[in-house]
Design a protein around this ligand. Sequence first.
Ligand code: APR
Length: 275
Amino acid sequence: MTDLEHLASSIDDAETAVAFTGAGISAPSGVPTFRGDDGVWDAFDEGQFTYGRFQRDPAGFWADRVDLYRTMFDEEYEPNAAHGVLAEFARDDVLESVLTQNTDGLHAKAATRASSGGETGEAERETDADEFATHESILELHGNARRVRCTDCGTRVGSDPIVERAEDGELPPRCECGGIYKPDVVLFGEQLPKTVLQRARSLARESDVFLAIGSSLVVEPAASLPRIAASNGATVGIVNLESTPVDSVADVCLRDDVTTVLPRLQELVDSSVST
Ligand code: APR
């Protein structure tokens, strides 16, 4: 049995299968990754986008944020085949949940397309933990850069018009209430919302299969999730072009492109489900 077949049969047998993704799953869509060749953190200084900087110098933060937004989150990016497979797995209850570190909103776009009849719209928010959920099956651990949130009244609106206002010199862009808008993402030095992290950790603990896809697995607390899954007896599969610090606890490591591996994994899962 090949590694891929082993992973497919583990998914078939699983009560709870969870996928966890990083920037690598969006790379085939043209979205730059953070690390590795031409990583975003080579072109931009991470230190410009910390929570401390936002609090100290919101105007300067937003002046730099505009360029990062245009590079990473512009409207033009579309989900790729790998996003589509995970969205269909979630729709068909093969996956319990997709936990993502990505803030590009591509999992939500793919979920909208996979849902029958293409209904769109936000899922029912089950608990506070869904503060960041854009679909009941997706947990955006680091938020969603396609939204901004007012730091005073909490109103969430789409990012594009607010980024345009910042580009036109409104630094920082403000809500009607006078509050400053903040990208609806977890900035460096900012805590993940407790409920979101608790939910992600309980999903990792409950999982029988935990797939870590397209992540360098170096940023905590997210990078601990596959370890939590492994220590609770889950089959851990890693799909990543490069090695990661978590490879040693994985049952299967597939050093290949997400758009090659995931469609093949779906074929194997679908064929064994239908037999
Ligand atoms: N197929 C498979 N793996 C890929 C592909 C691909 N087509 N393209 C890139 N990769 C792999 C790279 O080898 C790399 O190890 O995806 C990984 C992406 O790693 P990072 O760029 O570090 O992204 P990520 O792990 O999501 O970063 C975590 O760091 O900067 C913060 O908040 C940011 O959420 C981000 C967090």
